[in-house]
Design a protein around this ligand. Structure first.
Ligand code: SAH
Length: 620
């Protein structure tokens, strides 16, 4: 199966040298896409590749072909193997080591930028092992500042990154000056974090020991500066281009770099290029977009003409049917009014024909440049043990985790300091669905969590409905649903095997379903002799429904039909009452209770509830 949570590490190589370690990696292999390399001597294993040379030579050959390596080998051996190959933490692949018993997953090298820390955590969840991360910011529960902007597509600029990270590790004050880009990362900083936001008041004594600029400006830091500084560049600049047919990529590039330089803007802050649709096949523009890896947005003359711009041109109007290309296209691409920050510049080169016009618009929201993903995740009834490894992986990998605060608390140990955590009150399901769609459409990976299974009275349906209403094409954002153990399974497991025969689930909440419909289904379930799991049985305001439900069931089932009331299954304050249909309302029932009403053959045996698979006496 291809688990998309690992896509950022693809291609991924796994290397083992003994049958035991090979089998640990084989197990991983069945859950995610990796290339398993084994020595020739272990031949006979399926889905693997074999290396002919010694491992050191082999590794040298394949080192640049993979984004990540997982070794199931002694750490010492791995250190010796990779030592001659490692170059820089900006470019080295992630290296993760698993011990031969599969108990520990160690992030060895390229923990931050290479993503080894995250990969180690994801693999640990897959194989039920402990991840070992030794980076300093991890222990402080602070976001790693060299990863800070990655979810939002920011680009890392110049500066003394090691110096600023060292200051943070020592808990020294680091000033943050954020001029553009999302501030979502600031939402979940732990108490006592070392960041100081903005500029101090004139009368305030303040001496930072590090500074992080988050801006579109290109800053040059003096090497003898008294404290380390770094800069992140959110991609907020839409470059509008107008040019004559046949203009060279070189002239266009010069025009853009000259303009950026004149206004002290960083080329790393460019979101993309915008122009008129007549230029969609302009070779120079296409070449530039390709070599700078930028998107091209084009607009028709009809779209461009009505845009309010400072420098309309009669000549351009006559030629292409709009008074502005560069300015209007930049504004349109930025999707925001009043976003123009650099009005039309006309650039020519001394010995070249043609001219290029450049204008720059800057919207509020940065361009992420990735396809968003929505993970709809069921976290099971409550304890971390009851979450599937796949669901844990999805939660750990997500940029944003959205859910009801109680459920976010339940999964707290899985959350990373870099993640954006958005908790909503229990009633705001629709807002949660809307917010998740917006963030995923923007380009983030969003995990929306539900208790139990996300598709059983959970968030999955709401989010998909929300997408459908927005004309979703089924692909973008990518949606993946991660099933969880629903309350009816959890409760059944706590009392034995009450769901062994045909059963159904009915929610008594009439918030979204008319009460007449619920009543009709209760009647049908009771009459049809289904074992029935009742969700949302009673809230503070809604108390009558469960009384009616009991009356309906009593019409068709004996007074002594076994009923299990399970509250907060698999959570700290779990309570279980096994009672009868007649007596059930004498016990506490609330919104954390699920009720399982037996069918006509369900029995109680000591503290257990059993629904026989076949009718008594039938031995076919
Ligand atoms: N998606 C969830 C159901 C959400 S509806 C699932 O699949 O389980 C909320 C209702 O689920 C609660 O009112 C209660 O009836 C039931 N419920 C959820 N978690 C529970 C738990 N741990 N123990 C008992 N009932 C639970």
């Amino acid at each position: 199966m291809n688990n998309s949570c690992f896509s950022q590490f693809q291609p991924l190589a796994a290397i083992a040298t003994t049958p035991q370690s090979a089998s640990i990696l084989q197990h991983l292999h069945s859950n995610l896409e990796l290339e398993l390399w084994l020595p020739q001597s272990l031949e006979g294993t399926e889905n693997t590749r074999f290396y002919q040379t010694n491992l050191s030579e082999h590794l040298t050959n394949i080192w640049h072909e993979y984004r990540a390596f997982v070794f199931c080998l002694a750490t010492g051996a791995v250190v010796r193997l990779i030592a001659p190959l490692i170059e820089s933490k900006a470019t080295d692949p992630a290296v993760v080591v698993i011990d031969a018993q599969g108990r520990f997953v160690i992030s060895l090298c390229s923990g931050h930028q290479g993503g080894a820390d995250l990969l180690a955590q994801l693999i640990a969840q897959q194989i039920g092992a402990q991840s070992i991360i030794t980076g300093a910011s991890d222990s402080l529960r602070l976001p790693k500042i060299d990863l800070l902007g990655l979810p939002y597509g920011w680009r890392k600029g110049d500066g003394d990154w090691t110096g600023v990270m060292a200051a943070i590790a020592k808990n020294q004050t680091v000033q943050i000056i954020q001029e553009v880009g999302s501030t979502l990362w600031q939402q979940n900083l732990p108490d006592g974090h070392p960041f100081y936001f903005g500029f101090p008041e004139a009368n305030q004594q303040f001496q930072p020991q590090g500074r992080i600029w988050i801006s579109a400006t290109q800053r040059r830091f003096a090497s003898n500066s008294d404290f380390p500084k770094v800069q992140w560049h959110p991609r907020v600049l839409w470059i509008g281009i107008g040019c004559e047919r046949g203009t060279s990529a070189q002239l266009i590039e010069t025009a853009i770099t000259d303009t950026l330089q004149k206004y002290h803007l960083s080329s790393k802050a460019i979101a993309g290029i915008a122009t008129i649709d007549l230029k969609a096949d302009e070779v120079g523009i296409l070449e530039l977009c390709q070599s700078w890896n930028l998107p091209l947005r084009t607009f028709s003359a009809q779209q461009l003409s009505p845009i309010d711009i400072p420098n309309p041109s009669e000549i351009v109007q006559q030629e292409v049917g709009t008074p502005s290309v560069a300015e209007a296209a930049a504004i349109l691409a930025s999707n925001t009014d009043n976003s123009l920050i650099v009005a039309k510049q006309i650039i020519k080169l001394p010995h070249q024909s043609g001219a290029v016009t450049v204008a720059i618009a800057q919207p509020e929201q940065e361009y992420i440049g990735r396809q968003g993903k929505l993970y709809l995740v069921g976290i099971g009834p409550g304890s971390l043990e009851q979450i599937t490894p796949a669901a844990k992986t999805a939660i750990i990998q997500a940029d944003v985790v959205i859910g009801y605060s109680l459920y976010l608390d339940l999964i707290k140990p899985l959350l990373r300091p870099e993640q954006i955590i958005e908790s909503f009150p229990i009633t705001q399901e629709k807002q949660r669905a809307q917010r998740s769609r917006e963030l995923a459409q923007w380009g983030l990976t969003v995990a929306v969590i539900s208790s139990g299974d996300c598709g059983i009275y959970g968030m999955a349906g709401l989010v998909l409905e929300e997408l459908q209403a927005e004309d979703w094409d089924g692909k973008n954002p990518v949606v993946e649903v991660f099933p969880g153990i629903s309350a009816l399974q959890a409760a059944a497991a706590r009392v034995g095997a009450p769901l062994m025969h045909d059963f159904c689930a009915i929610s008594l909440s009439d918030l979204l379903t008319p009460w007449q419909v619920i009543q009709k289904r209760l009647e049908a379930a009771a009459q049809g002799d289904f074992v029935t799991a009742i969700y949302n049985p009673r809230s503070q305001k809604r108390t009558q429904q469960i009384v009616t439900a009991q009356e309906i069931f009593l019409k068709y089932r004996r007074n002594d039909t076994p009923v299990a009331l399970v509250s907060s299954a698999y959570r700290l304050n779990e309570t279980i009452n096994i009672t009868t249909l007649k007596e059930m309302l004498k016990h506490p029932i609330d919104m954390l209770t699920i009720i399982i009403i037996g069918n006509s053959s369900t029995r109680r045996h000591t503290d257990w509830v059993i629904t026989p698979r076949g009718y008594l006496g039938f031995d076919g």
